[in-house]
Design a protein around this ligand. Structure first.
Ligand SMILES: [Zn+2]
Length: 342
């Protein structure tokens, strides 16, 4: 099959469009003919290489897949060849206490398609049967592939971790990112007031279209001062973080008493300082969040099929131009998802 493969870590130039063996499936697995694979920041980290993470080489990246079932293993009962599917990115053991209690994103063997196992930047990818999710028929393959990772992440952060309540104020950083566009829609759906930040007026205009109530241009305005002004000096109940070092101080300073900061990433760096006096005196909560559960993704997809959430696509590249797509995502110019068409 044709695939994007890298033999060594490095810049976008290590991505080769080449031939790779078509995966062979086991009895409980499904072979999926990939139609679209959406990129995430995770793809950039995996390509560059992460200290202490032994990514097997050569490697096929890509976590977010939509396609059609090509072949099913002997034990598979819930999908059949020809059926359209969108895939849950998280692959887990399915047997441990975390998995059977529905907290599969806490499984000790958790990995993503394209992380420690081969992913969807290829004509075919194999997955456990349980990763095949109902396809929202109102979406194109490119749109469907843009849903799973960012929507499950934003859902898990806002609902499972930060326990967002109707009427609360939420500060969503990096509104132009995939996870930001998902978070705005989810927070609005659950009745929150959304303050969104982005680096340009164009991105802020799009964030407003998605439902953001207040906008902060973090290139020209100070986030903490604008939050103070918008909330009448109170601060926000929830800060939605994924930026890291560049925004951390503003994020902490923007929290109201009893506020919760939830983070899923550190795009600009992972060193952060914390004044412990603020933590206890303002009774703040700092919450880590990683991916989401398959059950949450089922909820997300029902709402997508009902037209309540929509994927935001910035640009589609052919699979053969994966290196250009990576470079584009790395530039930070996008609003929403960058997708590879297979
Ligand atoms: Zn498990």
């Amino acid at each position: 099959m044709k695939a994007i493969v890298f033999q060594q870590h490095g810049g976008p130039e290590v991505l080769q469009f080449t031939e790779a063996p078509t995966p062979t499936i086991r009895p409980g697995e499904v072979l999926v003919r990939v139609k679209a694979c959406a990129l995430n920041h995770l793809d950039l980290w995996v390509r560059r290489g992460l200290p202490g993470v032994p990514i097997p080489l050569p490697h096929i990246p890509g976590s977010d897949v939509a396609g059609e079932v090509a072949e099913v293993g002997a034990d598979v009962t819930t999908v059949r060849p020809g059926q359209k599917v969108v895939l849950a990115p998280g692959v887990t053991c399915g047997k441990c206490p975390a998995c059977i209690s529905g907290h599969d994103n806490r499984c000790r063997t958790f990995t993503n398609l394209g992380y420690l196992i081969d992913g969807g930047c290829a004509e075919f990818v194999k997955v456990p049967e349980v990763n095949c999710l109902p396809y929202p028929e109102n979406l194109s393959f490119e749109q469907a592939a843009s849903i799973p990772l960012v929507f499950q992440t934003a859902w898990h952060m806002l609902l499972a971790r930060a326990e967002l309540q109707p009427g609360e104020d939420v500060l969503i950083l990096g509104a132009g990112s995939g996870v930001g566009t998902a978070a705005i829609q989810i927070a609005k759906f659950f009745g929150a007031r959304v303050i969104a930040t982005a680096s340009s007026q164009e991105k802020l205009d799009k964030a407003k279209e998605l439902g953001a109530d207040h906008l902060i241009n973090h290139k020209t305005q100070k986030i903490r001062e604008e939050v103070r002004r918008i909330t009448g000096k109170r601060g926000v109940d929830v800060v939605f973080e994924h930026v890291g070092t560049a925004t951390w101080d503003d994020s902490i300073a923007s929290l109201a008493a009893g506020g919760r900061l939830v983070t899923c990433g550190a795009t600009t760096g992972y060193d952060a300082k914390l004044d412990l006096r603020l933590l206890f005196a303002k009774q703040l909560s700092l919450l880590g969040s990683y991916m989401g559960t398959k059950s949450e993704l089922h909820s997300v997809l029902r709402l997508v099929a009902a037209g309540r959430f929509r994927p935001i696509i910035d640009r589609v590249f052919p699979l053969s131009e994966a290196a250009a797509a990576h470079a584009y995502l790395e530039s930070g110019a996008q609003f929403g998802k960058v997708v590879l068409q297979v």
